[in-house]
Write a protein that binds this ligand. Sequence first.
Ligand code: AHM
Ligand code: MG
Length: 335
Amino acid sequence: MAKKNQSLGEFIIENQNEFKYSSGELSRLINSIRLAAKVVNHEVNKAGLVDILGAAGDLNIQGEDQQKLDVYANEVFIKTLTNREIVCGIASEEEDDYITIKGRNEKNDNKYVVLIDPLDGSSNIDVNVSVGTIFSVYRRVTPSGTPVTMDDFLQPGINQVAAGYIVYGTSTMIVYTTGHGVNGFTLNPAIGTYYLSHPLMKFPETGTIYSVNEGNYIHFPQGVKDYIKYCQKEEEDRPYTSRYIGSLVSDFHRNMIKGGIYIYPNTSKNPDGKLRLLYECNPMAMIAEQAGGLASNGFKRILEIQPISLHQRVPFFCGSKKMVEKAEEFMANAK
Ligand code: AHM
Ligand code: MG
């Protein structure tokens, strides 16, 4: 049972039996993420103070400028998970290829792979706007004792055994699920402990917030244009409020608490959308569904999409159930 004010450490131990393959391994994995998140949080918090800002000069595989803190966060999460020998493989939005981890005595016998976006929304750091980390955990599908292969990473989101995010906001929070609801823990920075502050989080069934980069309106598919016009119409509880931070974790987090929909559609510029199926959409989709919300590519459930490549992008419609259903209706009618 989730008890408010319980520390994350206590919560992990108390709830590890809920997990059907319980072996303590997943708990240790979540623990490692908790630890790495503290280290990254410390660095993100002093981003305005130290000379760590600015592009590192490298471009990541998507051809975008990589900020120094992206590189840092990527290293911290990979090192923490590697050194603790908990996972058999990691794929990161910041790495071109997946990383194989042989584990204890080079036996390749760890069960889980982690997919991670170490610092999402990092273009917001320079302007002191919240950023986040998104993670996703799967059981490997290839036999234990052999090195991981691409098949272990290219699993549909429905196979996720855990997913979560960290929001480095006005306070730092870890929100995660192992398939038994979504719980949110807030960091008390004075003592470095996360406490359960948001037990069993739920998306309101409907809401009045829509989050989309309307600057791209002209490039949106007709269904999204029609849905936006619907949101703006003076009728019933509309017009809705438009709120867009440009940091997926923060936009999602607000919408989960207040009720809303986040949309990053395909556009004429980005025909597959912008967000990555494996590092961003699948974990957020699992959390959304666990919290009673929905996640779709406009036509079908995100979690059922069979991935074909590590850095695959996908249109993303996510949030309160009724709002996502309504947006899907507009997409279907505009087809
Ligand atoms: P990133 O992984 O390069 O940080 O990009 C993902 C981010 C999301 O957090 C955010 O919702 C979106 O990109 C914003 O994109 P845009 O500036 O095109 O609206
Ligand atoms: Mg990202």
